[in-house]
Design a protein around this ligand. Sequence first.
Ligand code: 5AD
Ligand code: SF4
Length: 451
Amino acid sequence: MAKKLHIKTYGCQMNVYDSERIAEVLSPLGFVPWDTTDGADMVILNTCHIREKAAEKVYSELGRLRKQKEAMAADGRRMVLAVTGCVAQAEGEEVLKRAPYVDMVFGPQTYHRLPQMVAEATRASGQQLDTDFPEESKFDALPQDRTVDGATAFLAIQEGCDKFCTYCVVPYTRGAEYSRPAGAVLSEARNLVQAGALEITFLGQNVNNYHGEASDGSTWSLARLIREAAEIDGLERLRFTTSYPAEVDDDLIAAHKDVAKLMPYLHLPVQAGSDRVLKAMNRNHSVDEYRALVDKLRIARPDLALSSDFIVGFPGETDADFRATLKLIEDVTFIQAYSFKYSPRPGTPAALMDLQIDEAVKTERLAELQAVLNAQTLAFNAACVGKTLPVLLDRTGKKPGQLIGRSPYMQAVVVNTSEPLMNRIVDVTITSAGPNSLLGTLEKDNQKACA
Ligand code: 5AD
Ligand code: SF4
């Protein structure tokens, strides 16, 4: 009999990818996706440890699940409760202690071992913990066939990080940098296209430092991988995230000019606009180097739209440092951004730095920064009104007859149509723009750039 599996995913796109792969690993054991925790035979929380708030959410969700698990047990049914992702990796033992009703905790590098863990859990009660960084790569043990929900897919090509930005837990939770062999990546890309993907996003914590081994023993860069993947028939769009500015090389810049399938949108986190803060963060580049990189990228691809991550209130950040960040934002312009208050993470150097910033100051700076960033998003969206953009429609909207898709610049575009255009790329003329989405009508001609 089919067993109901609910996976709740927190955090980044790598977690979204991992959740899909976890579902694929469990599918041969009879687990089918179930979209609520209610009545699920197995619930997996795929967690995020990047900021304190993200980690805390897990414990409150576990408290809620405990009640559901107990109610099921009273009914004679068992809910297997599992925690994976970066909280599992960073504080697995603590999860088991704080939530003794959790059956298993496994890290992001060991989910290929899930079939054994599940078998173990059905044989005996008791908690299981597997947060190894195993010798074998999980990717070799995962099923080759991929399923695609809609027409867009993530593909992890690189994992882990050796950069050790002083605020970040990722090098500890995801381990050392590892690039998958180029052949394995291309074969997974072909499988995804076969399963219906028109757009693939290559994922990695430091994706542009990809250096995968090819079958002839040579090493491929991200640019090389992009060029080769662009040759796959049926694949229409390529993206990659997340990039580390200090390691964007000339070949990758050139790929933005040469590879038409590579979308003109780049997530290039800068974090801060002050050299002093960048140095304390161990980011390995100056503000001017970032500006120069953006200039080169925009020469290669004039309509390139940028997004970024920002941290405000890093230890020692003065008002002048913060103003420098605002100035950088005003000069560069970002069409989209993720911004956060600095959150001290256990085990990271910045958590121990002097001059931690007051919460109230962080809150004020974040609001000011977000106001500037939101205005830039809105201005970019407004500049698209009247333009025609190719949109990959891959979701239904809230209202009947609405389809939603992504423009090349990652904007959400809503279209009213009665035609069966789901999972197709269609030309849409933008009629109005808000901060979070564009509205448009189906069209065939006109200009295609908003920048
Ligand atoms: N506090 C706040 N933001 C953080 N990020 C990473 N670590 C922290 C932290 N300790 C942000 C960075 C990164 C994004 C994924 O999360 O901006 O790029
Ligand atoms: Fe964290 Fe820095 Fe690595 Fe990004 S590059 S994952 S911010 S340590």
